[in-house]
Design a protein around this ligand. Sequence first.
Ligand SMILES: *Cc1c(COP(=O)(O)O)cnc(C)c1O
Length: 393
Amino acid sequence: MVMSNYSIQTRLLHNTYSIDQTTNGVSTPIHHASTYHQEDTDQFGKYDYSRSGNPTREALETAIADLEGGTNGFAFASGMAAISTSLLLLSRGDHLLVTEDVYGGTFRFVSQVLNRFGIEYTFVDMTNYELVKNSFQENTKAVYLETPSNPLLTVTDVRAISSLAKQHNCLVYVDNTFLTPEIQQPLQLGADIVLHSATKFLGGHSDVVAGLAVTNNEEIAKQLYFLQNTFGAVLGPQDCWLILRGLKTLHARLKLSVQSAEKIAAFLEKHPLIKEVYYPGLKNHQGYEIQKNQAKNGGAVLSFLLESKEHVQQFVEHIQIPVFAVSLGAVESILSYPKTMSHSSVPDDECEKRGIQDGLLRLSVGLEDPDELITDINQSLEKIVKKETLFSK
Ligand SMILES: *Cc1c(COP(=O)(O)O)cnc(C)c1O
C-alpha cells in the first residue's frame, strides 16, 4: 500500500508495517530473537543479529522516517543515545555550533564528553542571525538546533540557519522532540538530521524511554547506521512496539493538548502573578511569526515565570492535577521546575545567562479537561496571593 499521498493523520495508522505480512495481524509483532538462523556460510538472510537489524525496530524506523519526510530512521535506547550517537559523526578538530538553551543532557554531552575527544563547541543564541553568522569558524562542521527550545520555548528560524549552515558546508541537526513531525518537519526546512526523545510525545504515555534519528541523505544514513551498529545503543523490540503504539494516537493527543495549551497560555498571560508566559503560540512571543512559518502551531509545552522560588514552592505545593516531575509530552499534564530538574546539569551562572530563572516553571499540557486545569492553576496562584497578604498585614 503506497501511503505517501495521505496526510500524517492517516499515515500514523496505516503504513507498510501496520498489518503483519505473515499473519495479517493488525499490530506489529514484537520480535524478541537476538539471532537468526542462516541457510549457508556465505549468504545470510535479511537479518543476522538484532543489534544490526530487528524487524520490530525496522517497523518503527521506517515509520518515523516516513513521518519526518526522511529516507532512513534509527531507533536508540534513549533520546540521549540518539543525540550522542549522531554527534559522533563529528571528529577530532571539528567545531560545533550549539543553540544556547539546548537540552541539559545535550549540553552535558557536548561540554563534558565531546570536548574530551577534541571536538570544539560554541554555544550561541540561534535567534540572533548576525551572531550565528559570525560564529562560524574554519573548522565548523555542524550546527545543532532545538526549536522551540527548552525551557524558554525560544524559536529558531530553521530555514535561515540551515541555509547559512549550507554556505559553510555544515551539517544541520534539529532536536524536534517538542513538536514532533505532526507539527514541524525540520528536514523539509533544510535540516539534515532530526532527533527525538521518543520518551516524550511520540511514546506519549510516560512508560518508555526511547530515542530516534532521521535523515534524508543516503550518505549520512550509511554513517548513522554504522554508528548505531557500532556504538550499540539500540532500542529493544518491546520498547519499539510501545513507540509504534504511541504513534497511532499522536495526532489525536496533540490536537487536544495543543488546544488546551493555547487556552492555558492565554489565561496565564492575563494573571497578575505571572510575570511572563513563554509559548510560541502567543502573538507577543519572540518567535510567533517564525513559528507560524515553519510549524503548524505552538505545541503543547509552555513555561511561565513567577516572582520567586518561594512563589514556585507555594504553587507546586497546592497544584492538584499535573504531576510534578521531569519529562513532558505525556497524556497526563507534567509540571516541572527546570532549574533543579531538566537543567540541573547546567551550572548556575549558565542558567542565569540563559534566562532560566528561579521563578520559572514548565508545563507540558496533557489530555485533562482544560477548564479543570485552569481552575487548578488558578486556585494554586490564589494560595500565593493569600500568603502574601497574610505577610503584608
Ligand atoms: C528529554 C529530552 C531529550 C533526552 O531524551 P531522553 O529520552 O531522556 O534520553 C533530548 N532533547 C529534548 C528536547 C528532550 O526533551
